[in-house]
Design a protein. Sequence first.
Length: 327
Amino acid sequence: MPFLLTAEQRDFARTLDALLGAADTATAVRAWAAGEHKPGRALWARLAETGVFALAVPEEHQGMGPLPLELAVAFVELGRHAVPGPLVETVAAAAFLDRLGDAGAAADWLPRIAAGDAVVGLCADGAPFALDADAADTVLVVGGDTVCRTETHGPVQATLDPARRVSRPLGGTVLARGPAVTAAAGHAVDLARLLTAAQALGLGRALLTGTVDYVRQRTQFGRAIGSFQAVKHRLADVLIGLEFAQPLVHAAALALAGGAPSAGAEVAAAKVAAGEACYAAARAALQLHGAVGYTDEPDLSLWIRKARPLRDAWGTPAACRARVLAG
């Protein structure tokens, strides 16, 4: 199975990296955490111009997809730069609407998602809360074999990551019922897990890069702490975890794209590996940065505080391991 990206996919990743590197995402994250969505939506529009959201939407609805591997490539970069907003949920909602078979709902929302004009929340897999419902144009709530659409939600609550704000959807209009809803939701959850794993992989790589740079500069006893063997071993362990997670993410994307019967289990395995590797990178960054790692003022905190929520979003490690064992 090919695990290496093509030249076009690598170019796409570099383009996103350059765009986001020049975009001051930290400011957008802090604004999003304060409930000010304008900088984040502006960034969202720039991502749409590169075709990120169109990768989730079929051609008949003005998209280029669905292309799970290219989406995974994009979401690694989104995670690397800590882009705020319900990115995973919007793309998963597009996959859900595409599979649902409701021509009216698909025609209403998929072109808008592809163009970056619509932010769509998604509650599925038993989740009682919607992420960033206050920023979403609509929220799809799946319960059993029924899906509802709502624009109403309860009070917004903070989480460990200040830019991941949750609220409980209220009321809503039934869009569809039946086995098609269950099947579409299952596919959407698999895609959400895959893209969350990709985000975690990118976040972990950013944390590792930042920590390596820091330990090369910070000194103790007249030496850079990066020269200490214990520090080298700790960072090597983080790198190994991230390196092992990457091919699992790529393989899961290929399995999902090909409709393989094992896709769900492969996605769950990738989610466990990437989530745990990212969490290990965050713990290492926190400890090796010393007192700076425990403060909110540096941008580092925005990255560190995303690691555990991403590890647990769309399936905790225990839930994903159970899915792997179920086959």
